[in-house]
Ligand binder design. Structure first.
Ligand code: SAM
Length: 327
């Protein structure tokens, strides 16, 4: 078992397959980062991902999420999915949805049942502005395709004040006719993403906006949930809020991350990285490194934000960009 000093058991690993993405969402993939910010040549191979994942499974991991960058742009993504499907874990994926139609069989054969698709606007033009690419129709069609094939579909929507908070009711209206679970994510600060506390549309602001149009009911949360879940009676889907900035959920955290260049992070906001890939390549036993990394986890938010989000100075945060960590 992987325990930290605060008695949190860690059994959920998120693996970034690549730091490349076909979209250009500025909150995730800043265009003005220096060369060398991305991993490129030190990317883990299929064999290395398989080996490292196997070690984590032996240490008690029960859930693996594939992410990125965009995990499905990796040429050998199908092979990685196939190889990881042999482990007795819940295998899930987070994607921007653009290539999903090429992966339906691969997901099904691997036993993947739940797919998170990122979509920040239901309007074609706004989507183009946010993502820098004209892929709205393809993504929307692929969400329909996933539903048709009975996948559980969660929609990840990053809410940025002044950009898309006005669409929150439209997303909730969508859950009336379709069994999608929409998760509104508070905007988080990462390297180069021009975060400011004024752009955060908080959990309480979201609920206030929603209450003006809908009567909603809170759902019971489970221990490790990052999202506070709600539903509108009569709707087929539900909605949830990931309130990392205004109401962090670190006490129940069970997550660990592996970047595409094989560095382990014990928290999304941790600036302490342990080079698992280099250790593996040099024939070292990676088990003690993994255990120590978990043990060293800070009590909350990687130890980086000690004050309320309204007082955070994002220029003092030392972290990679989200695309480079693996969301
Ligand atoms: N390419 C895939 C996708 O689009 O879902 C997977 C990687 S992406 C980094 C994973 C998730 O992180 C997405 O849902 C994205 O919206 C979210 N994300 C990225 N940057 C964020 C930020 N600054 N604040 C909140 N969520 C963010």
């Amino acid at each position: 078992m992987l325990n930290d000093q605060f008695n949190r058991v860690h059994d959920y690993l998120r693996i970034s397959l690549t730091d490349k993405c076909n979209l250009r969402c500025s909150y995730c993939n800043p265009i003005d980062l220096p060369k060398g910010h991305f991993a490129n040549s030190n990317k883990m191979s299929v064999d290395e991902i398989d080996t490292i994942a196997g070690v984590f499974v032996q240490l008690g991991v029960k859930k693996i999420r594939l992410t990125g960058g965009e995990p499905l742009v990796r040429k050998d993504a199908k092979e990685i999915i196939r190889r990881l499907s042999k482990y007795p874990v819940e295998l899930v994926i987070t994607t921007n949805g653009v290539f999903v139609h090429e992966f339906i069989d691969s997901f099904r054969e691997a036993g993947i049942q739940s797919v998170n698709v990122s979509l920040d606007s239901l309007k074609m033009r706004k989507n183009l502005i946010i993502t820098g690419r004209s892929e709205f129709e393809r993504v929307y069609e692929n969400i329909q395709l996933l539903l048709k094939h009975n996948f559980h579909v969660k929609i990840n929507t990053v809410v940025i004040k002044g950009t898309n908070e006005d669409e929150i009711p439209d997303f909730i209206e969508w859950t009336k006719q379709q069994p999608v679970d929409v998760r509104f994510i508070e905007f988080m600060p990462f390297d180069g993403n021009r975060w400011s506390n004024e752009k955060v549309f908080s959990h309480s602001e979201m609920l206030k906006l929603i209450a003006a149009k809908y009567e909603y009911i809170s759902l019971q949360n489970e221990k490790h949930d990052t999202a506070k879940k709600y539903f509108v009676p009569g709707h087929q889907g539900s909605f949830a809020i990931i309130s990392t900035m205004s109401q962090p959920f670190c006490t129940g955290c069970n997550r660990m991350r592996l970047t595409t260049d094989g560095k382990m992070k014990n928290c999304l906001f941790s600036n302490n990285e342990v080079d698992i890939l280099r250790a593996l390549r040099s024939g070292q036993d990676i088990v003690p490194l993994i255990k120590q990394c978990v043990w060293d986890k800070k009590e909350a938010l990687g130890g980086q934000f000690t004050s309320a989000y309204k007082n955070i100075d994002s220029s003092k945060i030392n972290n990679r960009s989200m695309i480079n960590i693996g969301g």
